[in-house]
Design a protein around this ligand. Structure first.
Ligand SMILES: Cc1cc2nc3c(=O)[nH]c(=O)nc-3n(C[C@H](O)[C@H](O)[C@H](O)COP(=O)(O)OP(=O)(O)OC[C@H]3O[C@@H](n4cnc5c(N)ncnc54)[C@H](O)[C@@H]3O)c2cc1C
Length: 383
């Protein structure tokens, strides 16, 4: 399928593929096995200016958008989505800052994110507030010169490895979600520490860690936008970032299809390669069809996000749900095509199947997103 990439987009995509194949591929199994954060690969990505892609030029970035980010995430995920997520979480961690930050905040923080010197993270989820994000309990009490943060965030991607955190906390408990605000919190701020590091089914090289705030004083100038805007900004941020999860799903499904194809060509049973079997051909063809359909949706959603239109909740949710369900199916079928070998860790497809699962869960589970899509349908907002 031709997606009419610009010269710059094609260059970015090609470079991401080169890094994925030359640098990520040789170490992906080891990183997964050891649950090791890919520091060296983050450095490679930084040296290749990949973190500049999603930052505007005036803050030492390259001025790309959601679409360019998706191209990179897809290529990295084709080889290892743990590495892709560690990279993409830095973009997620500064989306609120990019959209709503003051000039001083942007000047202070974005150049170091663009250079890859510092990673960022986004912290919303708590033990009692997952899908029901409006139920957060972390508080940010106004005090002289700033806000005092108390509470615990869980399952935070890039937790502990990031230097900059966008944290959502209640500045007005009585108002619930409408009393939530967003803060930029630096890693070394007194009162900010790290709790449990999760052991995960998939994307095991990424860091997923608890953030603990105990009387953590955040300066007034680190509030993003106005008090009370935290929840609204978060909903918009997730609309922007969900095509990236779709791209992760497309990339890892593509990697699984390629691995399954290789295996089906080489493996001989009943005197002929597996790929000669019509039932196997049917599975492979279905995989290819669904990957391409998901890619087209994800690219369209990402281009919609970048187009400047105001509301893209539905487009973004549809792309994320379709692509993640597709990735789960495709990676499961890839294991099936590879048979017993596919179930073993010597082959990459079992990792891809484990990695795919989370794309159906995070940044809005598929059930919750279907609720949102259905709500729009009920309101007859069908385009
Ligand atoms: C690896 C990983 C990384 C993450 N990274 C981050 C991060 O960087 N920052 C961050 O803030 N959060 C992060 N999260 C949290 C993630 O966004 C939540 O896990 C997700 O939103 C789901 O919330 P939950 O886990 O509490 O599940 P729950 O909300 O408890 O849901 C459990 C199940 O119930 C279903 N369900 C819930 N409500 C409804 C409903 N109304 N209708 C139908 N079904 C429903 C869900 O679909 C799900 O299947 C991460 C999670 C994981 C697993």
């Amino acid at each position: 399928m031709e997606y009419f990439l610009t010269e710059q987009q094609q260059t970015i995509k090609d470079l991401a593929r080169k890094i994925a194949e030359e640098r990520v591929l040789p170490v992906r199994a080891e990183l997964d096995e050891n649950e090791e954060f890919p520091w060296a690969l983050m450095k490679d990505l930084a040296e290749a200016d990949m973190f500049r892609v999603f930052i505007p030029e005036e803050y030492e970035g390259m001025g790309g958008g959601c679409f360019e980010l998706c191209l990179i995430v897809e290529e990295l995920s084709r080889v290892c989505s743990g590495v892709a997520v560690s990279y993409a979480a830095s973009a997620l961690g500064c989306l609120n800052l990019l959209e709503y930050g003051t000039e001083a905040q942007k000047q202070k923080y974005l150049p170091d994110i663009a250079s890859g010197k510092k990673l960022a993270a986004f912290a919303l989820t708590e033990s009692t507030a997952g899908s029901d994000a409006g139920a957060i309990r972390a508080t940010a009490e106004k005090t002289e010169g700033g806000y005092v943060l108390n509470g615990t965030k869980q399952f935070i991607t890039n937790g502990e490895v990031a230097e900059l955190y966008t944290v959502i906390a209640l500045t007005d408990k009585r108002k619930g979600a409408r009393g939530a605000s967003a803060f930029l919190v630096e890693k070394d701020t007194p009162g900010f520490s790290f709790g449990k590091k999760e052991k995960k089914m998939g994307i095991r090289s990424s860091s997923t860690t608890e953030l603990v705030f105990r009387n953590c004083l955040v300066p007034e100038e680190n509030l993003i936008n106005k008090p009370g805007m935290g929840f609204i900004m978060t909903m918009k941020l997730l609309d922007r970032s969900r095509p990236g999860i779709g791209a992760q799903a497309v990339g890892l499904a593509q990697g699984a299809l390629e691995a399954a194809l290789d295996y089906a060509r080489q493996r001989v049973q009943f005197g002929q390669p597996l790929i000669s079997q019509p039932v196997v051909q049917d599975m492979l063809a279905d995989m290819a069809i669904n990957i391409e359909a998901a890619r087209a949706l994800v690219y369209a959603a990402a281009r919609t996000v970048d187009s400047g239109v105001k509301d893209f909740t539905r487009e973004s949710a549809i792309a994320k749900v379709f692509a993640s369900d597709m990735a789960m199916k495709v990676t499961t079928d890839a294991v099936q095509v590879c048979g017993g070998a596919g179930y073993m860790q010597d082959y990459p497809v079992e990792k891809m199947m484990r990695d795919a699962k989370v794309t159906q869960i995070y940044e809005g589970s598929n059930q919750v997103l279907k609720n949102a899509i259905a709500l729009e349908l009920r309101k007859k907002k069908v385009k």
